[in-house]
Ligand binder design. Structure first.
Ligand code: FAD
Ligand code: SIN
Length: 542
């Protein structure tokens, strides 16, 4: 049994952000990387479309910047977007150097796809299995580095001044993170990992919604952990719904990449008529918020459970060659996409808000960094541009390395309390955990979805408040297990999303309210929630 581990850098999460940051930080010191399932289980591994970057001589940085800003509905941090776009290509090239095999043209140039909101073909890809390729390459590249990997290990709580044997001043101006208490899913033990710098790379929270594209591990843990430790959580009302997920009510969701629309797929209503021209002149290639809302409106109008995506007019062999994974998966489900329309619906996909960080990945807590989907850098604003997410993980992961290379962080010198083991094992109550999970997903799907209203949000808040009290009570009484941790985290995240949505009294990007249908408040940039001494869910003025 281990009670504690020491390292220079603790990385929590093994998606693109965690792996790429670990790869670089290992050059500066010892790294422990924990991940709550296997190394490969992450959103990253399921990414299809690719990574956006200015890699064609006819493309321009300015065009990628403008496309990102436009999609972001006026809420992006322009400086962060410039960093993303200018620094991105170097990291895509680094992936290639590490062994990533992106598709090339017969002439040997990168084969660049196009997706919604982009004015140029600028998405590098490995067919429709880009994420798997990137994840495998990165996992391979960290093998010979000074990195201790702990799979099946979940972060339970960040260690702050409150966990010191001699607690620090509770209202410290600069709160500090000293590492994390972590839980082994194999041994059920909880132990401390003490680090100079802790990097949250825990991805998103898609599991908060009934229908979503994310794997089971996406339960918003990083946001919950950081919130509990006193970090600022920003713009959580902007949850992105991907417009085209295979309609398949009884099985887990399967994404139909946006690159398919870039390739020429058309959206058709339930009767087979095109409809996107009624919503946006860019039609199928409008940004995601617009396309998802259009589909939602068409489904509500017709009462149909889905719309269709049609790719039957394209050359079948080319379709199979470009999108082999989608072709095969749909075929297994009885749909030959070269001959039949694909039934699709929108589903929750990406968390645009997150733990607020600066351009170097620093949170409000000294020693605590966040990167990737868990972080709010400002690059996505009110709606993320397609294929900018993997890019963000690379660019800002490297920036954390650059920061830590040039700045010294002290190790905790005071002694830290061991985890206080308490709680009972209540097997008869386990089914309640499952029920709570389901209830939260339903509440979020029904009342905090693509189209919102004050009435729905307030109804959602009343229900979540009740569940929140029940879940926290259960968490305190019961021995820790992964599902309980995830339930605590998802309940917290749901509450923060609802509070943030109620606080944004306008319609912008992904947040659409029937009470405020116009863009009414151009001066409001942020909805920021934090916890301070004596105050839960404190909404900061933006
Ligand atoms: P993730 O890849 O989600 O990794 C998070 C890691 O943290 C996981 O390993 C998880 O197990 C671990 N973790 C979570 N909680 C804990 C905890 N408490 N303790 C320890 N470990 C923990 N984006 C694009 O740019 N292009 C695309 O083509 C694209 N396609 C997508 C397709 C699908 C189906 C999905 C779901 C997403 C897609 N996205 C795409 C979005 C993109 O994949 C993600 O935003 C990105 O991979 C996030 O990377 P990350 O490293 O931040 O998080
Ligand atoms: C997709 O392939 O459609 C997903 C791309 C993304 O989420 O950026």
């Amino acid at each position: 049994m281990q009670e504690k581990l020491h390292c220079d850098f603790l990385i929590i999460g093994s998606g693109i952000a965690g792996l790429y940051t670990a790869y670089h930080l290992a050059d500066l010191g010892s790294v422990v990387l924990i991940t709550k399932s296997s190394l490969l289980e992450s959103n990253t591994s399921y990414a299809q479309g690719g990574i956006a970057g200015v890699l064609d001589e006819h493309d321009s940085y300015e065009s990628h910047i403008q496309d990102t800003l436009k999609a972001g509905a006026g809420l992006c941090d322009e400086e962060a977007v410039k960093i993303l776009v200018y620094e991105g290509p170097k990291h895509i090239k680094k992936l290639i150097e590490l062994g990533a095999k992106f598709k090339t043209t017969p002439e040997g140039n990168l084969d660049l796809h196009r997706e919604g909101g982009h004015s140029f073909n600028r998405i590098v890809h490995a067919g429709d299995l880009t994420g798997k390729e990137v994840a495998e390459v990165l996992i391979n590249s960290i093998k010979n580095k000074n990195i201790q990997v702990l799979e099946n290990t979940s972060a339970v709580e960040l260690i702050t001044q409150f966990h010191l044997d001699e607690p620090g001043d509770p209202i410290l101006k600069e709160p500090v993170c000293y590492g994390a208490y972590v839980y082994s899913r194999k041994t059920w033990e909880i132990f401390k990992i003490i680090s100079k710098a802790t990097i949250l790379a825990t991805g998103g929270a898609g599991q908060v919604y009934l229908h979503n594209t994310n794997p089971e591990v996406s339960t918003g843990d990083g946001v919950a952990l950081a919130y509990k430790a006193g970090a600022i959580i920003t713009n959580m009302e902007f949850y992105q719904f991907h417009p085209t997920v295979l309609y398949n009510p009884n099985q887990s969701s399967f994404l139909i990449t946006e690159a398919l629309r870039g390739y020429g797929a058309k959206l058709l209503d339930y009767e087979g008529k095109p409809f996107m021209h009624k919503y946006d002149q860019r039609k199928e290639l409008a940004p995601r918020d617009i396309v998802a809302r259009a589909i939602d409106a068409e489904m509500k109008k017709s009462g149909s459970p889905h719309v269709y995506l049609d790719i039957t007019h394209k050359n079948p062999e080319e379709t199979k060659e470009q999108f082999p994974h989608i072709y095969q998966t749909c075929l297994r489900m009885g749909i030959d996409v070269t001959k039949q329309w694909i039934p699709v619906v929108p589903a929750a996909h990406y968390m645009c808000g997150g733990v607020e960080v600066d351009y170097w990945g620093r949170t409000r807590l000294k020693g605590l960094f966040a990167v990737g989907e868990v972080a709010y850098t400002g690059v996505h604003g009110g709606n993320r541009l397609a294929s900018n997410s993997l890019l963000e993980g690379l660019v800002f992961g490297y920036r954390i390395y650059e920061y830590l290379k040039n700045n010294f962080i002290e190790k905790a010198s005071k002694s830290i309390k061991p985890w206080y083991k308490e709680g009972l094992n209540n097997p008869e109550e386990w089914i309640l955990v499952q029920h709570n999970f389901q209830e939260i997903k339903n509440i979020m799907w029904n009342y905090v979805g693509i189209v919102r209203s004050n009435l729905r949000l307030e109804r959602a808040l009343r229900r979540i408040n009740l569940l929140y009290d029940e879940v926290i009570d259960f968490y305190r009484r019961t021995v820790i297990q992964n599902k309980i941790l995830e339930l605590r985290n998802i309940t917290l995240v749901a509450k923060i999303i609802i509070l943030s949505a109620l606080n944004r009294k306008e319609s912008r990007g992904l947040h659409y309210s029937t009470d405020y249908p116009e863009n009414r408040n151009p001066s409001k940039q942020y909805t920021r929630v934090m916890r301070t001494v004596g105050k839960e869910f404190y909404l900061l003025k933006s």
